[in-house]
Design a protein around this ligand. Structure first.
Ligand SMILES: Cc1cc2nc3c(=O)[nH]c(=O)nc-3n(C[C@H](O)[C@H](O)[C@H](O)COP(=O)(O)OP(=O)(O)OC[C@H]3O[C@@H](n4cnc5c(N)ncnc54)[C@H](O)[C@@H]3O)c2cc1C
Length: 453
């Protein structure tokens, strides 16, 4: 070979069946690692062709991590020039790409920026990672605690003790509709999704091995109409998984409506008081119980409010048509001062959910884990009518002893960073790197915890 190598926008190669063209498999974009990777990549692709799906967790290289808009020539030219150069640069924790940004933007982008947002990038979306109050946002990379630590701690605290608002517009959103929509989704989901209109359900989507293809929430908006809310990065993958597992003759359509809705999460013990100030709707437990969704008014805007939490506090996710996003954001901030309202970014969201042991697909949940191993058996209804994909594998797995289990770890040393990065930080501080011994720590809510010393 004597020519340019093929580089991708994220420096990982591209494997798998193209979601747009059944039977067309791609093994390309090897980023100058194609010789070293060839044995494993070849095996993975061969198994994928034979089984019709990946046989283990290949998410970092899965072709479905990209969407059609990633194929834009101008964007590719700018981004790939950067990824080529990253080969020999330090892989800092929290490193973000600098080129080709901003790419996808929430209608609130400029307002969030003016409020001190430091943006990260996911699936092309520029999203606030944290808010630097009163300072110019700056984040020098390093191995220890970042410059963001105190600001993120304050966002955490405000969510636990007052109220925060986070722009989660990047959530993937599909409308799944049609006479057979409930039946088709029932077959895909581990949980029972045949719920009354106005309810929401958290569920896993499994493959025939009984391991996770996705985890998501769906809202029943009508007898034959569901809104599926999924992770920002999983949109192409989930749309592909759902559509390829719906029978050809079923009366079901899936429409990606991600760009049509802004999502504002209002979370914390004061969320009810704040929303009550900007809306005439009744947010009491009796009128608006957990896992329900309904249309409400906020000022002149009509939005969908979903009572759920990803952070373990009282809260509502507001699904706002993009044309009303600014109105709703201004209403919340206009009324929020005496409720202790703060903005929150994705670092705090991640910390809050991990504290409560809420799992996320692509991080803790992968196509290598079953719901039993993940501790998510409560979202599996083995006896629901018609069963679901992966049910038999789960029954078989249940008959055997559990040999692997997802656990959370509580560090006694507050300044420690876990794993390889932590080891480097300890070595820099002149201390012996170690992960310590783990012993059960059961005082915390939200799942099994281990304490590391
Ligand atoms: C100088 C250099 C040094 C490298 N060093 C390393 C290394 O040390 N370690 C490592 O892991 N990787 C290294 N690489 C990268 C590695 O060689 C590539 O990642 C790997 O070869 C990519 O494999 P591929 O099959 O995806 O593509 P290629 O090897 O490029 O194969 C693509 C093939 O498709 C053919 N083709 C193109 N268009 C058509 C068409 N229209 N019709 C039919 N055929 C077509 C081409 O002729 C070619 O044979 C290096 C690359 C270069 C250039």
């Amino acid at each position: 070979m004597n020519g340019p190598e093929s580089f991708t926008p994220d420096l990982n190669y591209i494997l798998g069946e193209a979601p747009q063209l059944k039977g067309f498999f791609v093994g390309a974009g090897f980023n100058s690692m194609g010789i070293a990777s060839s044995g494993g990549a070849g095996m993975a692709l061969a198994e994928w062709i034979i089984a019709g799906e990946p046989t283990f967790d290949l998410w970092p290289v899965d072709i479905r991590r990209f969407a059609n808009f990633h194929g834009n020539d101008a964007w590719l030219r700018d981004r790939v020039a950067e990824t080529l150069g990253l080969h020999y640069k330090m892989p800092w924790p929290q490193r973000e790409h600098e080129s080709g940004r901003p790419f996808r933007r929430s209608p609130l982008y400029d307002r969030l920026k003016a409020r001190g947002a430091w943006f990260g990038n996911k699936m092309g979306w520029d999203r606030p990672n944290w808010f630097a109050l009163g300072k110019t946002p700056d984040m020098p990379y390093g191995w220890g605690r970042g410059a963001w630590f105190d600001a993120v701690a304050a966002e955490h605290k405000a969510t636990r003790e007052a109220v925060t608002v986070a722009d989660e517009t990047s959530f993937g959103k599909f409308l799944v509709q049609g006479r057979d929509a409930a039946k088709a989704l029932q077959l895909l989901c581990t949980n029972d999704i045949d719920v009354p209109v106005g309810r929401t359900v958290y569920t896993g989507l499994l493959n025939q091995r009984g391991t996770y293809e996705s985890d998501l929430t769906l809202a029943r908006l009508g007898r034959d109409k569901f809104m599926v809310i999924t992770g920002s990065a999983q949109v192409t993958r989930d749309a592909d998984w759902i559509t390829r597992n719906v029978a050809d003759d079923a009366h079901v359509t899936l429409t990606d409506v991600t760009g049509g809705w802004t999502v504002l999460s209002v979370m914390g013990p004061n969320s009810r008081r704040l929303l009550q100030k900007v809306s005439k709707a009744d947010f009491s437990n009796e009128a608006f119980p957990f896992a329900t969704i309904r249309e409400i008014g906020i000022g002149y805007a009509t939005v969908l409010a979903s009572r759920r939490t990803y952070m373990g506090e009282l809260g509502w996710e507001l699904y706002v048509p993009v044309e009303f996003a600014v109105t709703v954001f201004e209403s919340l901030h206009g009324a929020g001062a005496d409720c202790g309202l703060r903005d929150m970014g994705y670092y705090a969201i991640e910390g809050l959910r991990i504290e409560k042991a809420y799992r996320a697909w692509g991080r803790e949940l992968t196509p290598d884990d079953t719901p039993w191993q993940a501790g998510l058996g409560w979202a599996v209804k083995l006896d629901k009518p018609g069963g679901f994909i992966g049910r038999q594998a789960l029954i078989d797995a249940k008959a055997k002893p559990l040999t692997r289990r997802l656990v959370s770890v509580v560090l006694q040393e507050r300044a420690a960073a876990v794993g390889r990065r932590g080891a480097v930080a300890r070595r820099q501080a002149g201390r012996r790197p170690h992960l310590g011994c783990l012993r059960p720590h059961r005082r915390r809510r939200g799942g099994p915890w281990l304490r590391a010393s």
